[in-house]
Design a protein around this ligand. Sequence first.
Ligand code: SIN
Length: 289
Amino acid sequence: MPLDFNTLTISPLSHAVGAEIEGVCLAELSDEQFREIRKASELYGVIFFRDQELSPEQHLAFARRWGKININRFFTPVDGYPEIAEVRKEPEQKMNIGNLWHTDHSYDVIPAFGSVLYAKEVPDIGGDTLFAGVAAAYDSLSDGLKTTLAPLRAAHSSRHIFGSNKSRVSQVEELGARILNPELATQDAIHPIVLTHPLSGRKGLYVNPQFTTHIDGWTADESEPFLSMLYDHIMLQEHVCRFRWSKGAVAVWDNLATWHQAVNDYHGSRRLMHRVTIEGIALSRPQAL
Ligand code: SIN
């Protein structure tokens, strides 16, 4: 537990990732509080706040303190606020958004830094979000595997998830109007499998089951067992924390430091979140396909 926080009370959720922060009102932050919040984000990868009352303008103002807003290409926006994406599941709907472990925007040459997710309506039980710490996952690999991974890069794409290809048909039917603009799903990028975080300097694993398609220079079939081994490793319980939402809770996650998965265990209840995404920081060796 770091000792140099003056304005925040911080409770880590696990050794690997995640911390809850108390004692701040996100709508009225001092510069010192925000500086410490940024520091906490760097240390824990994802941070959580409870009982916040944010208007859409206050939500956006808090997100803008982190960087420029990224307008999501694919999610339905909140009425009147194109910069706020809806993450919604209605009681009669079966699929939710984000049910597969992923890190957002890895298909972009410069992936989004992260998101500020605000809970508007949550089920009494269920609808938690899991986060995995990719730096802790990297640290716990053997030296031999770290050496093998060092020169490798992986390809990421938005096409098979958000595009109008066959694998998406069932998703489109179930997700209905919640996912938009398949014609905009044209992003492909190659990133190092081991990324050095531009702010924390920590090395982390940067591949994910949703958007990574293959290892650069390998076939998809050759890549699959190797990537699955890395995914199984990242998902180990000791790399994961679980956040139980309450109305008014806020999560801020860093896409280069974490994976997340929205648990779909609340059929029959509504869950509505507002998500604002923040533009990314150039990675060391970004490359388009
Ligand atoms: C997402 O993947 O952005 C959604 C996360 C959540 O709803 O918990």
